[in-house]
Design a binder for this molecule. Structure first.
Ligand code: NDP
Ligand code: GDR
Length: 337
């Protein structure tokens, strides 16, 4: 019998990479999808075109804010591993919809944990925790660093993080939390800063866009390649004992430096195109610097980030340039976030 995984957030950046990884490993993969009036499966659609993978992928309607759907799905699927990646994942947007963010990201995790507890399954659980939980605590940050969340998103994720630990300790569940620092890819949502920049580079180069509007370019983040991070998630669930792990590159870069490298890759100077609109993109409380210490993941999981920031910027720009030459223009400059 193949192992059976249930992924919430399968239509997102990480969910799509994780689904591919697990299918490659021979798993049967079940994913939670939200009903949407527009097509929201673009990232996982290609899997269906692959005959051998497609027949082991099953999608189910549900929502992290609908506990009954989660109870029913856990009962029906009977997963061996659950990866809880679903979330309202945009930090700035969480200031505008704090209650929804708390429900989907915080209580949603408890709904799923309760569904698993009620089903009495021998099932391993992965929670998508985040470096945003460290917030105002200065780097380097590791598994022992003090949490100081600076947004409704981070506070909701911190609640989910502690509930995951509590279910592990209270009910002896194999529940782990991956505290992941920023990870990006050509599949990154278009309103996150790296993708917004790489799409703009492609659009400006093609003559479809004149400027790029950005907020705080002094922010420092530890950016890695998403495809490598889902391998770390899987490894966390293969250990003898459950534990929490930081995944990061260990290297901090400013938004300014990422921008400089992305524009330089196609021979442009970012200073000719970037306009600051801090009022539009600033957050009420900002997180200045996140740089992770991934030593534990390296030592215990044998996991190490391979792609540095320059290579990441280049591969994202190359993908956006290629996408533009092959499809209709959809530049991000007028985007909301
Ligand atoms: P994305 O925003 O790309 O994907 C989020 C996924 O969650 C999508 O599939 C989305 O569905 C789904 N979703 C959102 N709300 C609900 C809901 N109410 N019910 C069901 N599904 C929902 O995120 P990433 O792939 O980048 O991140 C995956 C997880 O890891 C998230 O929890 C994120 O907070 C966390 N994380 C991400 C990091 C990163 O740098 N990428 C770093 C640390 C943590 P739809 O496609 O329909 O919108
Ligand atoms: P982040 O990612 O908040 O770290 O959360 P994002 O790319 O949104 O912001 C990174 C930094 O860039 C600054 N910034 C801008 N951000 C956006 N989105 N748009 C802009 O125009 C812009 N200009 C400057 C931000 O202020 C910030 O400092 C991501 C998400 O994936 C979370 O779900 C995840 O938990 C964390 O990474 C780790």
């Amino acid at each position: 019998m193949p192992k059976r995984a249930f992924i919430t957030g399968i239509t997102g950046q990480d969910g799509s990479y994780l689904a591919e990884l697990l299918l490659e490993k021979g798993y049967e993969v079940h994913g939670l999808v939200r009903r949407s009036s527009s097509f929201n499966r673009g990232r996982i659609d290609p899997i269906y075109l692959d005959a051998s993978a497609g027949e082991r992928l099953f999608l189910h309607y549900g929502d992290m804010t609908d506990g009954v759907s989660l109870v029913n799905l856990v009962h029906e699927i009977k997963p061996d591993e659950v990866y809880n990646l679903a979330a309202q994942s945009h930090v700035r947007v969480s200031f505008e919809i704090p209650e929804y963010t708390a429900s989907a990201d915080g209580i949603g995790t408890v709904r799923l944990l309760e569904a698993l507890r009620a089903a009495k399954l021998d099932c391993r659980f992965y929670q998508a925790s985040t470096s945003e939980m460290f917030g105002a605590t200065p780097p380097p940050q590791d598994e022992h660093t003090l949490f100081y969340p600076r947004s409704p998103y981070a506070a909701a994720k911190l609640y989910a993080h502690w509930m995951t630990i509590n279910y592990r300790e209270a009910y002896d569940m194999y529940a782990v939390s991956g505290i992941l620092f920023n990870h990006e890819s050509p599949r990154r949502g278009e309103s996150f800063v790296t993708r917004k920049i790489t799409m703009a580079v492609a659009a400006i180069q093609a003559g479809h866009q004149d400027v790029l509007l950005l907020g705080n370019i002094d922010a420092v983040r530890d950016w890695g390649y998403a495809k490598e991070y889902v391998e770390g998630m899987w490894r966390m669930l293969q250990q003898d004992e459950p534990g929490d792990y930081v995944l990061a590159t260990g290297v901090g870069t400013t938004v300014r430096d990422f921008c400089e490298q992305a524009f330089a890759h196609v021979g442009m100077d970012w200073r000719d195109y970037v306009i600051f609109n801090e009022a539009k993109y600033e957050r009420p409380t900002e997180v200045d610097a996140l740089i992770g210490d991934p030593a534990k993941a390296h030592e215990v999981l044998g996991w190490k980030a391979q792609t540095d920031i320059g290579a990441l910027a280049r591969l994202m720009v190359d993908a956006d340039v290629a996408a533009l030459s092959g499809g209709p223009f959809g530049g991000p400059a007028a985007g909301l976030a």
